[in-house]
Design a protein around this ligand. Sequence first.
Ligand code: FAD
Length: 260
Amino acid sequence: TDMFQPKHADRSKVYMADLESTLHYSLRVEAARPAKLSGAQLAAFKCYVALLVKYFPGRPCVQTYLQILDGWLRNWTEAELPRNALKEAMKNNRDASHPAVLPTNVTWVGCQGSEPQFRGYPCGLWTLFHLLTVQAAQSGPDKELPLEVLNTLRCYVRHFFGCRDCAQHFEAMAAKSMDQVAGREESVLWLWSHHNEVNARLAGGDTEDPNFPKLQWPPPDLCPQCHKEERGVHAWDEPAVLTFLKGHFSPANIHLDYIE
Ligand code: FAD
């Protein structure tokens, strides 16, 4: 498929094609850039894959792929992991009785930009991150391991995210307030509000796709009940936002368009 072929996307939906493209790019391209992984960088990678196994609501072949990669990484007890060994372990296995396949093509649907330099992977990574915080909030007691997802994402960004400016900005936001997050639902809202902080900072800048202006999200047409006014000033209705995020980033709202 042509990466930039126009596709119909609906802003109220999440697309599996974006999520799988993001996983492929993050695991096989971004994380496989260093000649070898070791120390905190290797730990960050193992942690990220273990998190995906736990919370990524993937198709069966993708879940099997992640489980096998996670098992392989757990068995890798040497201090250094050379890129070639990792790349070999990240190949698809279509022939097994349970196929382990993460597609190797990159197809942006909801994250497709109007030009190749816009959107794509960074958009997919935000989408994946929100999805993971929501899945964790749906799957266990609120006060148990509230930072499990955010800490893992923070480590991934610090050690791997190719946009180094972005990584620094994100680390600065995390250092300021992430440790105060006391519940899984609060972690969903932390990521949402800090993503909006990034949207506000980038609005009108030269990385903004003219067809996708940076908004405070979700805009009123997606979630009217998320917005309210307090003494004439706009305010978020946070419980309504949380409910909206749980619905938007739920398996039922992940659409399989453009998946082969
Ligand atoms: P994105 O901002 O990528 O959002 C993707 C999708 O998520 C949107 O289409 C929407 O459906 C949904 N969404 C939007 N806002 C929210 C929200 N608040 N909560 C939940 N869902 C939302 N670029 C820079 O130039 N400088 C930076 O410092 C920078 N830091 C970044 C840090 C991180 C961790 C990441 C992942 C990206 C960063 N980027 C940065 C890239 C930038 O934020 C955008 O991802 C990129 O410009 C593409 O924008 P987009 O229009 O596709 O929407």
